[in-house]
Every structure is written in C-alpha cells, then in structure tokens.
Design a protein around this ligand. Structure first.
Ligand code: CP
Length: 313
C-alpha cells in the first residue's frame, strides 16, 4: 500500500507483517545503538493540527532512529492562522518533496482527502473520530506480547466509545484477528450503528468486565462532544471508572490498557494505572515507537520500489 490511512482496509496478514517487523524494532529500541538506515535520505514531515504528546514524539523518534530528515510543522505558527486551507498547506509542503507525511487532523476523513492530493506516502496519526491506525497497531503488539497471542481473547473496550478513533481502529483490528469484543459504557457514549461492529454491548461495568483478558480504558473526549450530555466527573468515576473492585470481575491475569492521555480519578484509578502487575500503559508507549518505525519502514520499501534508481541517485 502507498499510505496507512486506517485499519479498516488492512488484512490480517498485513497486520501480522507490521507487528512482526515492529517486534524487531522493539528489540533494537532496547539497545544502546537504536539506529537503522531504513529511511536514510528520506524526508518525513509531521503535520499535527491537533494536540499530541505520545503520537508526535514517537513518530519523530521513529523517523530519526530510521535515519530520515524529520521536520515537525509548528502549525500554531503556520499560515493556517492566516486562512490557508488544509489542502493548500499540504500542497505547499508536497512541493518540497517529502517522502512521508504524518498527519493528525480534527476532522474525520481529512487525512484521506489529503492523501489523494500529494505525491508522498501519508500516515494517519488520528483524524477526528474516524481512525488512529498506529494506536491500534501498538495496542495489538502490546496485547500479543503480554498474552502470547492476538486471537480468541475476550477484550473489553470501556468508556467513551462514541467519540473515540482509538476504539474504532481497535474494533476493526481486534475483529479481524478473531477476538471477542465487548463495548462497556453508558448508552449515551455508544456509537450509532453499533450492530454493524460485531461486538457485544454492556451497560454495567462489572458485567462487562467478567472474565475478560484485556481491559482497555478510554478518556472522556469532551472536545468532540459538542453540546451532548456530559456526566459530572464524580458520577462518571462512580459508575464507569476502573477501580480495583470493578477489576476483580476480570480474569486474575487480565491486563489494563489506556491509550493516553489519561485522566486519573475520572476513567481510571491512579493506583491501577501504576500497578506494574496489571497495567501495560508504559509498554503501550514503548511499542508506539516500534510500530511507527515498522509502518514507515514498510511504506518506504514501497516508495523505493516505485522510484527508478536513476532518480534516487
Ligand atoms: N494516544 C494518543 O494518541 O496520545 P496523544 O494524543 O498524546 O498523541
């Protein structure tokens, strides 16, 4: 493929290829010398129209470890503020001949649209409530490492599903790999058309967590709620926050995940987030670098195959 825009159109074999390569990069990332030359001579531009800590930092590190020239567009200081459109901004950067464009945007579909206009490979770093493919891949790698497999697991995705691109990408990925998915949360935070997702829905946390292998918590995404009913944080924590009491319903060896950023005392108790016997939240972050290295390496291989050697020279 030329781009990585979502999980929806990847096959199980594609997913396994990315995870297997990411596993090799995870090993490299634990060594003193973390460098490879997979992107040597290439240029990577990170365009983030929405805030980010984990995704931006890990894409930047991933590109640098692979030997690319990496530029982060400071969009707060860009001509977007003067009224330039997303596409005009992207075409301007495209004219500088980047090889990889990593884009986060607040509108679902914006990254897809942009990929149709530019010549380089585009990676979706999260678009609106649509998809966040590298997040689902890093979650999958974390699960596979903790559980020794990525199939036939019971996985609960809990909280604000409706506004979550992380949930959507994870549902696509975990379904493709033949897991059993439960969505757990209030009716008001469930997406419409849920019947098409191939999931079970629970509106009681203890019931939803019963005997699951993986508990994936999500943040209340207030920035996408535009006027919808928002419960108070206290009330939300009481009913939907992950506490040790509620976690007791899950299997004894169930792992706890969170994509971050995390709101302690709202969707998750801080002690659980920090419990190294249950929480794999830090490992998710670590796997984020490895997965982004793998995704960019595979796209770069495709670019090199398309580019005549004479032009590369
Ligand atoms: N999980 C995630 O996308 O985090 P950031 O918003 O910090 O990148």
């Amino acid at each position: 493929a030329k781009h990585l825009l979502g999980i929806e159109h990847l096959s199980p074999a594609d997913i396994t290829t990315i995870l297997d390569l990411a596993e090799q990069y995870a090993t490299l990332n634990r060594q003193a010398n973390k460098h490879s030359s997979a992107l040597a001579g290439m240029t990577q531009i990170n365009m983030f129209f929405e805030n980010s800590t984990r995704t931006l930092a890990s894409f930047e590190l991933a590109g640098k470890r692979l030997g690319a020239d990496v530029m982060n567009m400071a969009l707060g200081a860009s001509s977007i503020k003067k009224g330039e459109t997303l596409i005009d901004t992207a075409m301007t950067l495209n004219a500088m001949n980047p090889d990889l464009l990593v884009v986060r945007h607040q509108h679902s579909g914006a990254v897809d649209l942009l990929s149709q206009k530019v010549n380089c490979a585009v990676l979706n770093a999260g678009d609106g409530r649509h998809e966040h493919p590298t997040q689902a891949l890093l979650d999958a790698l974390t699960i596979r490492r903790a559980k020794g497999r990525l199939h036939r697991l019971n996985i609960a995705i809990c909280g604000d599903i409706a506004h979550s691109r992380v949930a959507r990408s994870n549902i696509f990925l975990l379904n493709k790999m033949e897991n059993r998915i439960r969505l757990v949360g209030p009716q008001t935070l469930m997406p419409s058309g849920i019947d098409q997702f191939g999931v079970e829905v629970y509106h009681d946390m203890t019931e939803g967590l019963r005997d699951v292998d993986v508990v994936m918590m999500l943040r209340l995404q207030r920035e996408r709620m535009d006027g919808a009913f928002i419960p108070s944080e206290r009330e939300y924590y009481y009913r939907w926050g992950l506490t040790s009491e509620k976690l007791r319903a899950a299997k004894n060896d169930a792992i706890v995940m969170h994509p971050g950023p995390m709101n302690r005392g709202v969707e998750i108790d801080g002690d659980i987030a920090d419990d190294i016997n249950r929480s794999v939240i830090q490992e998710q972050v670590e796997m984020g670098v490895a997965v982004r290295m793998a995704a960019m390496d595979l796209l770069a291989q495709g670019l090199r195959a398309q580019t005549p050697a004479a032009v590369m020279a």
